[in-house]
Design a binder for this molecule. Sequence first.
Ligand code: NAP
Length: 243
Amino acid sequence: MKKTVLITGASRGIGASTAEAFAADGYSVIINYNKSKEKAEAVKAKILSGGGSAEIFKCDVSDEKRVREMTAFAMECYGSVDVLVNNAGIAHYGLFTDLKSAEWKRLCDVNITGALNASKAALEYMIPKKSGNIINISSVWGVSGASCEVAYSTVKAAVIGFTKALSKELGLSGIRVNCIAPGVIDTDMNKNLTEDEISFLKSRTSLNAVGIPSDIAKTALFLASEDARYITGQVITVDGGFI
Ligand code: NAP
């Protein structure tokens, strides 16, 4: 039977690439989006034109009720939620001393509460089945910390703590929980960086390169696969050797 993956923030960037990679591997895909409806529809159309199955669902991951409605929609469409990729995220750049409490709250709501909401909702279906896979997208900044991205680094470090603790709680339920910490990946999230800033970040990697969304998508696909059956509670950095 076909497996189902639910990917939050799959209208663009890493999430969109992950949706395409799982579809190409035979998964039915729920493409979550918040604002970019047309882009989510384009991801769905691409998957359908390749012979795959996909549906889109609009919800802000910080809205617990809507997230529960999204997992119920996945069950209605495909009868299971086998893999959850908690990818939806927003960044924030600026001095810590200038951080406003509303900015901090929004970063927490989307990046960590969103992952908690979606995991809780998906686990309602995964635990009784005694199988499932959760993949959280953190960041190298959550591992190393970054100047002028203190709040973002903090919430991404929380994603790592969440991954490790949840993997311990869920191992006996047959559910694996892992985390990917991407380095600099060429997406909209980095579109405000200047060429000089990109060159500098590149020069800090062993490979002198930035990554592309499929670098993360393929790692997520591996972590969800049987080849990764003995891997749980891990943080996989995919960063060209940045850390
Ligand atoms: P992106 O191109 O900016 O895309 C962000 C995605 O998240 C979009 O699909 C967006 O959907 C969705 N999203 C944002 N807020 C949402 C919300 N409240 N509810 C549901 N969806 C929401 O970013 P990206 O680079 O692909 O990043 C994906 C993940 O990787 C993020 O968690 C990010 O922190 C992490 N990451 C990225 C990099 C990088 O260099 N790019 C490095 C390390 C980690 P809509 O447009 O529909 O609102």
